[in-house]
Design a protein around this ligand. Structure first.
Ligand code: DOR
Ligand code: ZN
Length: 365
């Protein structure tokens, strides 16, 4: 049995408040423990979105009552909250500021670049800013980080042009970090089945992706190969766990997003067994770097026991997320989380979360 530190997932959507039929703080943090994740950072595109003291209190009250693993909650950057100087205490209570600069699920989206500027100028420079920014908007937000000389973390990179630009920006000394999701390392747009309704399902911007709709979209094999070849440029693994129910995913207008918090560790261990990744790289990108980038405390007496040699198939029926599906259904994987110890307590063992809802702590408190 291999013993790892508890993993940190800096990008998780828990859907509470507002859409608990997809996930809530209980089901989502149970899923996290099943994936060996002992701290998660929750995204703000809930209903309502989390963007001020009242909505932050709403999310944190649900978390306090229901979370089984440790956590922090992001605030979302909106048009009406770009004057952080007026709310000095609020940023300290959040995981960081999330800026949505490209279209995705939910209402938070900032088109006006003068608003980007105001957020960059007023959000405390020692607290994290995370940008959902694809392709050229990623280049623009890196320029803004350089102008204001402050760090920015780029969420879920998926393209060759993105990883190469981040590499060049880092070489120039710009304070940019980034994460990659398992689905952008293990799936390509060729995995999207053609649909009779949508004759060109694989092109960018034409929809028709069905269940495999996700933002950023699945990319080409070349993009994926270049991500793998530049893993040293990528600071973190993050799941972008974005649960939507199977009925929603198979319906008329499937919302984008994949569940992933429970399947990341076995996918990464499968890559280790294929010789594409090392366990040290998993620890670097899922523990050491996210802890540093997001200023997270060490969790005492916390570890994950993994049966490295276990070989099994992934099935949604065995997972804890409320969404009821996985894009990796039937995949043969290696590495099973047997037990998670969180702050001295046996938190998960052999498929079951053992700590009660409410055991999880807000790491910003
Ligand atoms: O596919 C996605 N789903 N991408 C995002 O950025 C948001 C997420 C969601 O919340 O469902
Ligand atoms: Zn996300």
């Amino acid at each position: 049995m291999l013993k790892l530190p508890g993993l940190i997932d800096p990008h998780v959507h828990l859907r509470e408040p507002g859409q608990t039929h997809k996930e809530d703080w209980d089901s989502g943090t149970s899923a996290a423990l099943a994936g060996g994740v002992t701290v998660l950072l929750a995204m703000p595109n809930t209903r309502p979105p989390i963007f001020d003291a009242a909505t932050l209190n709403l999310a944190l009250a649900a978390a306090k009552a229901k979370a089984r693993c440790d956590y922090a909650q992001f605030l979302g950057a909106g048009p009406g909250n770009a004057e952080w100087g007026r709310h000095k205490a609020l940023p300290l209570r959040a995981a960081g500021l999330k800026m949505y600069l490209d279209s995705t699920f939910g209402e938070l989206r900032l088109d006006d670049m003068t608003l980007w500027q105001q957020h960059f100028q007023t959000w405390p420079r020692d607290l994290p800013i995370v940008a959902h920014s694809e392709s050229r908007s990623m280049a623009a937000v890196i320029l803004m980080a350089a102008i204001y000389d402050r760090p920015v973390h780029i969420a879920h990179i998926s393209l060759k042009e993105e990883v190469l630009l981040i590499k060049a920006a880092k070489e120039k000394g710009i304070k940019v970090t980034c994460e990659v999701c398992p689905h952008h390392l293990f799936l390509t747009k060729d995995d999207i089945p053609p649909s009779p309704l949508h004759p060109s399902p694989n092109g960018r911007g034409d929809g028709g992706e069905g269940r495999l709709s996700v933002r950023p979209r699945l990319a080409t094999k070349e993009d994926v190969d270049v991500l793998w070849a530049n893993l040293d440029v990528i600071d973190c693994f993050a799941t972008d766990h974005a649960p939507h129910t199977l009925a929603e995913k198979d319906g008329e207008n499937p919302p984008p997003g994949f569940p992933g918090v429970e399947t990341m560790l076995p996918l990464l261990f499968t890559a280790v067994s294929d010789g594409r990744l090392t366990i040290d790289q998993i620890i670097e990108k899922s523990v050491i770097n996210p802890r540093k980038i997001f200023s997270l405390p060490k969790q005492p007496e916390t570890w994950v026991e993994v049966d490295e040699n276990a070989r099994y198939e992934l099935h949604a029926a065995d997972l804890h997320s409320r969404c009821g599906w996985t894009p990796f259904e039937g995949w043969q994987v290696r590495g099973r989380v047997r037990r998670v110890t969180l702050r001295g307590r046996e938190a998960f063992k052999d498929g079951r979360a053992l700590v009660k809802p409410g055991y999880g702590r807000n790491v910003r408190e």
